[in-house]
Structures are given as structure tokens and as C-alpha cells.
Design a protein around this ligand. Structure first.
Ligand SMILES: Cc1ncc(C[n+]2csc(CCOP(=O)(O)OP(=O)(O)O)c2C)c(N)n1
Ligand SMILES: [Mg+2]
Length: 562
């Protein structure tokens, strides 16, 4: 067995189903090992796409994603994708090729720098662990370590650089023992008790559930706690739908493109105690760190990463730990303290009243050109409730955050931590491989599709039936509207000539359908597309002048860049 086979054997032992990548000379030893393995390889059209796919697969499956590339440009192409996983704490193993150690420093093709493994330091900036395997006997140990680091504590991507000669060297014995993942199981009992006491004694509490709640798969515990104490729940944009948005206690999304209901309950009216779970209170989730989010009495902040606790808002009670484990303990503590089975303080009634007050009697938006809000409404009624959505960066994401009604947890994904355009266009391909029968929709702006949309051809190659819904407005709309709202002129232009995405889709071998009118996307049409089971691109011509719900971001930009 050679070192490359040790690595692949270790991935197999840990139930890795797919490796996403692009081949090249330096990674050929891995190619040979994968050739003999039951692991399926999905060859992407660009390494960033491969990394986004590994990320999408990891988000939907809850397991680790794996991507690979050759040396030099293959590895640098992958960086944006890996950085995106870093931004959202997604466990991904990135494997990059490397010229043979005997050639280091001689200027081989794709050798990265004089020291050859400069790529390791570049990846260090966007991973939890980045290293080069320079001794074949270390291959088993290092891949096990990489996996453990990716999946333990606050999850995230890791990187290993693989010189070709080392990968080909024989290794004695069975090197790839299963490695355990070390989870943060503990919690501070005293802090949990304090939190329970506070939550039982307050008048206007709120729960803010962040991405950590999703990563910890804590939807059941979150709902149980909210119902037990009758506490309204808002989510960060990334955690959208972790509590059904149709639940009587759901306030919807707080922050960027968030719901007016959460704004009214949390910002306009005072909240005395806030229970924040797995949220870093970053720019997106707080409308640029709105000061009025600080509760009048206490902030209880749960996070797996101590660095996040109290980082942006003062935390009166900080609890370090995994969201699901801490919530389970908190529920236990509340039951112990509170002999009454349920607290009914009429808070869900208040939420209901706010919802009724703020719901603008749903405009039908029947007019042409097709309004993006109406598009999201049409999609919501046309698609099954368990559809998995990946929303790309740009106005498309803002429309989706504001108007999609997510009722099934783990159905909405945005690459918001790094906010790279093109994320959803590719990640949805990996996501679909993990989603089984659930339909997967990538909501993508035309500009973002033009960055990574060629991965439609990858989906065609492997018969992965993703549905891309392109919001075609012939512009980088978020920039265009952002400038318009802030009164900024056009220097680096944001508009461009219309692109025919039907033709593009057909060129890739996919089905392409042009949509121009409200109501054209309906149940009948979408059922037929789902049944047909082939990669499909809907080229939706939308109203470019419809003003997106991005005002809070514009105000923040002024703060950030002045
Ligand atoms: C890789 C990358 N480049 C640039 C940006 C800055 N940016 C954010 S949104 C956006 C426009 C997106 O345009 P499009 O995908 O067409 O969506 P729209 O806003 O028109 O719905 C730009 C340029 C980014 N987030 N990522
Ligand atoms: Mg656009």
C-alpha cells in the first residue's frame, strides 16, 4: 500500500462517499488510489466549484466534504471555496497535489514558490489546519488528524498538500485506523442554572438562534425550549427556518433582509433577556451591529467557540458548548426549577398580533415585468415544502431571505460568512447528492451564475438534477441598487448586456426554460421538472428596477467604508 492509498483508505473507513475535484499531474497518485476505491469522484469544471460542492454536500449531509486539486493554479482556484467553508464553519478536507520533494526549488511547472509549499501557508489563513505530508509514514496519522480537527469543536475546513513522490512511497502495515472525533460535550452547570433562573423570571425574552444551532442539529431542542417557556424565536439569516417560519413563536429572520416582525419585537420594543444560541452577532445578523439589540437586562450567550461569546454585545452569562448539548441541559434545568408543565405568558399571542399588524395584505404583484418578490412567492407555492434551497449572494439572496417561507429545518443554505458570488450555483450540486429525493433549488443572480454556472455541465455529466432559478436582471443588482440608494455614481459598471441562459443551459446539455410572467412557475410545471429528473435552468427575466430589501446593508456600508 502506498501513502495515497492510505489516505483514500482512511476516507473510505470514515464513510466518505464523494470526492469533488479536478485532476492534474501532481495529484495523479491520488487518482490511482481513487481508481481502486468505491468512493465516487465528481469532476467539476473549476476547482472553486469542486470546493463549493464539497461544502454543499457537507451542509446537507452533516458529514465531512472532500475536495481535491492539482498543485499551483488548481490549489489557488480552490481557495475561494475553502475560504467560504471557513467563513461558515463547514467541515471539508481539501487535498492538493505537489511536485516531488526532490524537485523542490528547481522551478517545476506549477511549483508554487521557492520553498515549494507556500500553498500550505496560503491555506493556513482559511483553514483550521494546513500542512504538507513530507514523510510517507505520517500519511495515516495526518489524514486522521485533519479529519478530527475538521469535525471537532467549532467545525471547519482543513488542508493537506501531497507531494507526488511521497504519495507513491510504500507504507508498511495498516495505517488507517478509524479516528474518533472529539466533541465539546461539557458545559458549565452553574451558568446553565443562572440562565434557567433568568429565563423563568423575565417579561419580554427572546431567543436568537444562529448558524451554530443548525450546525449542532439542535432544531428539536430549540423548539422544545421555545414552547416550554413561550419565548419568541428569531434566527440569523444563515439559520433561517431552523424553527419553522410558520410556527406561532417564529419572528423570522433578524438582520439583513430580515422580517419586519423580528425588527418590531426585538428592536422597536424592548427585550429584557436575550438567549443567543450559536451566533457571532456578525454584520449580517445585526444590521451592522445595531446597538438597540442589547437587551435591557441580560444577554445569555451560548457558543461552541469562546471567542464569539460577548464579542459584539456584552454577555452577562456566557456558556461555552455545543448548542444541542447545552440546550438539552437548559431544558432539564428548567423542568427541575419549574414544576408547572408549561409557561403560558401570551407571548405567542403578541407575535401573532405583530404579524397581523405588519402583514401588508399580500399584494398580488401581477404586473409585468416580473417582480422578484412575486417570483419567490410563486416558487414557494410551486415547490414541495421539503425543498432544499441554496441562495447565492446578491439581491437574489435578499429576496429569498425576506420572502421564502421555510417550514422544514435544514432547508435553506447561504454562503454568507465569506459571501462569495457563485457559491450557490455550484454548492447545490454537492447538496443534491446528499439530499436524496428532496428537490434542490439554486436561487442565483445572473452575475453570480456567470461566475460558477458552468457547473451545470458537471451536473449533466453525473445526472444530478439540480434546478437553477436564475434571477436575470442584466446587472450586478446588489451593487446597482446599493449605489442608487446611496447616491453613488457608476464607475466600475454594474450593468451588462442580457445573457441568454436558455442557450447557455442547452449548450451545457441541460434543459433551459425561459420564464417572463408571474404565475408561469406553478405546481404543475415544477412537478413536471422534478419528475423529469434532469438538470434544469429556469432563466427568469425579472424587473431590474424592483428595489430589494437591502437598506440595512447600505447604511452599514457607510459605516464600514468611511
Ligand atoms: C466573488 C465576489 N465578487 C464580488 C462580490 C460583490 N458583490 C456582491 S453581490 C454582487 C452582485 C451580484 O449580482 P447578481 O449575481 O447578478 O445578483 P443580483 O444582485 O443582480 O440579484 C456583487 C458584485 C462578491 N460578493 N463576491
Ligand atoms: Mg443580477
Amino acid at each position: 500500500m502506498n501513502a495515497a492509498e492510505v489516505i483514500v483508505g482512511s476516507l473510505e473507513k470514515h464513510e466518505v462517499e464523494y470526492v469533488f475535484g479536478v485532476p492534474g499531474g501532481a495529484i495523479e497518485p491520488l487518482n490511482n488510489a481513487l481508481h481502486k476505491s468505491p468512493i465516487k469522484v465528481i469532476v467539476a469544471k473549476h476547482e472553486a466549484g469542486a470546493a463549493f460542492m464539497a461544502d454543499g454536500y457537507a451542509r446537507v449531509s452533516g458529514n465531512i466534504g472532500v475536495c481535491c486539486s492539482t498543485a499551483g493554479p488548481g490549489a489557488t482556484n480552490m481557495i475561494t471555496g475553502v475560504a467560504s467553508s471557513f467563513g461558515d464553519s463547514i467541515p471539508v478536507i481539501a487535498l492538493t497535489g505537489q511536485v516531488s520533494t526532490s524537485m523542490f526549488g528547481k522551478g517545476a511547472v506549477q511549483e508554487f514558490s521557492v520553498q515549494s509549499f507556500g500553498i500550505v501557508s496560503i491555506f493556513r489563513q482559511v483553514t483550521k489546519y494546513s500542512d504538507i505530508i513530507i514523510n510517507e509514514t505520517k500519511a495515516g496519522e495526518m489524514i486522521a488528524r485533519a479529519r478530527r480537527v475538521a469535525l471537532s469543536g467549532r467545525k471547519g475546513p482543513v488542508h493537506l498538500n501531497l507531494p507526488a513522490d511521497i504519495m507513491k512511497r510504500q507504507v508498511a502495515g495498516d495505517q488507517h485506523e478509524r479516528c474518533s472525533v472529539t466533541q465539546v460535550m461539557g458545559f458549565d452547570r452553574e451558568s446553565v442554572k443562572e440562565a434557567a433562573k433568568l429565563l423563568l423570571s423575565v417579561k419580554r425574552p427572546v431567543i436568537v438562534a444562529g448558524w451554530g444551532t443548525v450546525l449542532a442539529r439542535a432544531d428539536v431542542e430549540l423548539r422544545e425550549l421555545a414552547e416550554l417557556l413561550d419565548i419568541p424565536v428569531a434566527t440569523s439569516p444563515k439559520a433561517k427556518g431552523i424553527l419553522s417560519e410558520s410556527h406561532p413563536l417564529s419572528l423570522g429572520v433578524l438582520g439583513f433582509a430580515g422580517s419586519p416582525v423580528s425588527k418590531e419585537y426585538i428592536i422597536k420594543r424592548d427585550v429584557d433577556v436575550m438567549l443567543a444560541i450559536g451566533t457571532s452577532f456578525n454584520e449580517w445578523g445585526t444590521n451592522g451591529w445595531d446597538k438597540s439589540l442589547q437587551p435591557t437586562k441580560s444577554l445569555i450567550h451560548i457558543d461552541i467557540d469562546c471567542n464569539e461569546i460577548g464579542k459584539n454585545y456584552f454577555a452577562d452569562v456566557g456558556i461555552a458548548g455545543d448548542a444541542r448539548i447545552v440546550l438539552r441541559e437548559l431544558i432539564y434545568e428548567l423542568h427541575r426549577k419549574n414544576k408547572r408543565k408549561k409557561v403560558r405568558d401570551g407571548r405567542s399571542k403578541e407575535v401573532q398580533e405583530i404579524k397581523e399588524k405588519l402583514t401588508i395584505k399580500s399584494r398580488k404583484l401581477n404586473n409585468m415585468p416580473y417582480h422578484p418578490q412575486r417570483l419567490i412567492m410563486d416558487l414557494t407555492t410551486a415547490m414541495p415544502v421539503d425543498t432544499v434551497y441554496f441562495a447565492d449572494n446578491g439581491n437574489s439572496m435578499a429576496w429569498a431571505i425576506r420572502y421564502l417561507n421555510i417550514t422544514v429545518p435544514y432547508s435553506f443554505y447561504v454562503g454568507l460568512g465569506f459571501a462569495s458570488m457563485g457559491y450557490a450555483a455550484a454548492a447545490a450540486v454537492g447538496g443534491k447528492l446528499a439530499a436524496g429525493k428532496r428537490p434542490v433549488v439554486a436561487l442565483v443572480g445572473d452575475g453570480s451564475f456567470l461566475m460558477n454556472g458552468m457547473e451545470v455541465a458537471t451536473a449533466v455529466n453525473y445526472k444530478i438534477p439540480v434546478i437553477w432559478v436564475i434571477m436575470n436582471n442584466s446587472m450586478l443588482g446588489m451593487v446597482y441598487h446599493g449605489r442608487k440608494l446611496a447616491g453613488i455614481p457608476e464607475g466600475i459598471e454594474s450593468t451588462f448586456k442580457p445573457v441568454d441562459f436558455v442557450k447557455l443551459a442547452e449548450g451545457y446539455g441541460a434543459r433551459g426554460i425561459r420564464i417572463t410572467k408571474p404565475g408561469e412557475i406553478n405546481r404543475e410545471m415544477m412537478s413536471e421538472i422534478i419528475l423529469a429528473g434532469v438538470p434544469t435552468v429556469l432563466d427568469v427575466i425579472i424587473d431590474p428596477e424592483a428595489v430589494p430589501p437591502i437598506h440595512s446593508r447600505i447604511t452599514t456600508l457607510e459605516k464600514l467604508y468611511t
